[in-house]
Design a protein around this ligand. Structure first.
Ligand code: FE
Length: 341
């Protein structure tokens, strides 16, 4: 009897250290499509608070997803951080993400900005909106459909269709207006372009400031960076000449998207990974994230930084982003069909 109990104790001793090892190993390995300066300060804070070291590998989103696929279950990565639901959807579709249950994440992050199965979580939010010359600000409510109207012929500045932000915006259009109308819209946008798509979102704003086109589409944080002088150099014409316009304010709300994070199916440090995501969603971290990125916090308890709060509150679309993610393949097919370069 006594011996039996002993055996039992020994067995549990053998089991628990091995199990505890993953947590005892105070490390979390992150693959990030965000540049180091955007995420490192928060990771350092996390390490200071928890003693968990963060190893960071950065790369472009598609490259990281390919790498994770090749590494399979032997991948050292615990967490994937990337912008836009389109990229998170790609990782999810390939079976790379793990479902996480966390009361903290569920409380801190609104349901529409995280996956219902806990496979990814939004950490900051941005809107994809209009920019017009300050001296030609629209006087009536604007809608995304307007971009395709003859009024904007030869005036639309928008980057290429290979960009995930535009793919997500078209997914939003499909979701709200149906495939047929979204296709007509995409066709109209292409017909209205001021030039062959070139450059990133920032370049659409500089082109507009230089007098090209008449309306640009870009994510809010690019504008935030120009206003803060982090883009645009000394002769920051965007700051001088360009104003921001939030579309769909009287209707469905502007298209919003996220920078997000996900715990990987291959993770060997799941507890640490979840702890880091929970930290990123906390009020303190949310404040820093928004300050560094010029993005909106997802945690409703945190106010947007004053630089972007100055644009005024806006109505955001509340459609669950996973619905927008699912429409990505359709959006890409439409873009190809209408010849969006
Ligand atoms: Fe960006």
């Amino acid at each position: 009897m006594r011996q039996g109990m002993m055996a039992c104790v020994v067995a549990s001793m053998l089991v628990s250290p091995a199990f505890a090892k993953a947590d005892a190993e105070k490390v979390v390995n992150v693959y990030s499509a965000q540049q180091e300066y955007l995420v490192r300060p928060l990771m350092d804070e996390f390490t200071k608070e928890t003693g968990i070291k963060v190893n960071l590998i950065t790369g472009d989103a598609a490259g990281l997803v390919t790498r994770l696929e090749q590494e399979g279950k032997d991948s050292p990565a615990d967490v994937l951080m990337t912008a836009d639901i389109g990229n998170l959807y790609q990782a999810q579709k390939r079976g790379l993400l793990k479902s996480i249950v966390s009361k903290v994440l569920e409380t801190n992050i609104p349901a529409n900005l995280r996956d219902s199965a806990g496979k990814w979580f939004g950490l900051t939010m941005r809107a994809r909106v209009y920019f017009t010359p300050k001296d030609k600000m629209p006087t009536k409510p604007m809608h995304y459909m307007d971009l395709a109207s003859p009024e904007w012929k030869g005036k639309v500045l928008m980057r290429s269709s290979s960009n995930v932000y535009n793919q997500s915006l078209l997914s939003y259009m499909i979701y709200h207006f149906g495939e047929k109308k979204a296709t007509e819209w995409a066709k109209g946008v292409v017909a209205n372009m001021a030039r062959t798509p070139q450059g990133g979102d920032g370049e659409q704003l500089t082109a507009l400031a230089a007098g090209e086109g008449g309306i640009a589409v870009a994510n809010t944080y690019y504008y935030g960076m120009f206003l803060a002088g982090k883009e645009g150099g000394k002769n920051n014409k965007v700051k001088e000449a360009v104003g921001i316009v939030f579309p769909e304010q009287d209707k469905i709300g502007a298209h919003v998207n996220i920078r997000g994070a996900a715990v990987l199916a291959s993770s060997k440090h799941e507890a640490n990974a979840v702890k880091m995501l929970e930290f990123f969603s906390s009020e303190k971290a949310q404040q820093s994230f928004a300050d560094i990125n010029f993005e909106y916090p997802v945690n409703a308890a945190v106010k947007p930084p004053s630089a972007i709060a100055a644009w005024g509150a806006f109505k955001a679309d509340t459609t669950p982003l996973e619905k927008i993610g699912e429409l990505q393949p359709k959006a890409i097919a439409i873009m190809d069909a209408v010849g969006w370069k």
